[in-house]
Design a protein around this ligand. Structure first.
Ligand code: SF4
Length: 262
């Protein structure tokens, strides 16, 4: 017997029928003994024996009463409440998939937002669209997703002053209204720098991305290094392998450049 329960199983999980004849096994308090549920301990033991014998206890809502103790004068009588009618099925909600307008937004990711990963950032955009009541367009199919396209994923831990994201809308909006709602709902550490409307048929921002500029701040205890020669060597490498052993390196993406602005 384990503490606080009636254990009638062998170690291999099979039922120990002999256990039910040893009444001393049922003197251990049950976890809910301090609560008056109205159910008698003797009835619980009988029910346990019936369960071990795989006997079916009739549902007292429809058949005979097994006298568990619930329907005593203190607890009233068993009342069967009829279920409410099943509402008529009106079809699954389908978000709007029309594409009528596209906005390209330049924004920053500063401060603690560096610790927000790319997938969480995409979820953040989705929630901003809902909070700001911006009618974003969705893809079709079984798993509709909002048409929100960041130009590039910023690695976790990087801050940036040059992020770009595109939103496609299902209903047209004034660009000033769109920008004002974005600025109202973006976190303070994600400043909105610029918003432009771009034609729907133009290449997406992910196709336009051509380069990114990074700034590295490195704290080192090493002897003075020939940084110029180091940079030249890095720029001629085709592959750079590295291992970060501490947190004294800070990366900042300064800008994402795109070569087709419209
Ligand atoms: S009718 Fe009441 S007392 Fe009888 S088994 Fe059902 S709940 Fe228990």
């Amino acid at each position: 017997m384990d503490s606080g329960e009636w254990n009638v199983f062998h170690a291999d999980g099979t039922a120990n029928h002999d256990a039910t004849t040893d009444e001393s096994r049922y003197t251990t308090p049950l976890p809910w003994d301090h609560i008056n549920t109205g159910i008698d301990r003797t009835w619980l033991l009988d029910d346990l024996k019936r369960a071990l014998e795989a006997a079916t206890v009739p549902d007292c809502a429809y058949e005979g009463c097994s006298h568990c103790g619930i329907c005593s004068p203190d607890f009233g009588h068993n009342i069967v409440v009829p279920p409410p009618p099943v509402p008529e099925f009106k079809g699954h909600f389908m978000p709007k998939t029309d594409r009528v307008q596209r906005f390209r937004v330049w924004f920053g990711k500063t401060g603690d937002m560096a610790l927000t990963g790319h997938l969480d950032l995409v979820r953040l955009f989705d929630r901003i669209m809902r909070r700001a009541s911006i009618p974003v367009s969705f893809t079709g199919g079984f798993h509709p997703n909002p048409r929100i396209a960041p130009a590039n994923a910023l690695p976790l831990g990087y801050t940036s002053s040059g992020e770009i994201v595109e939103f496609e809308l299902a209903k047209p909006m004034e660009i000033a209204t769109f920008e004002a709602r974005l600025k109202e709902h973006f976190p303070p550490e994600m400043p909105v720098y610029r918003v432009e409307e771009v034609p729907l048929q133009s290449p997406s921002v992910t196709q336009c991305l051509s380069e990114a500029v990074y700034e590295l701040t490195i704290a080192t205890d090493l002897e003075p290094i020939d940084w110029s020669g180091w940079c030249d060597r890095i720029l001629t490498e085709t592959e750079i392998m590295g291992q970060r052993t501490n947190k004294k390196v800070r990366f900042v993406r300064l800008i994402c450049a795109i070569d087709c602005l419209s």
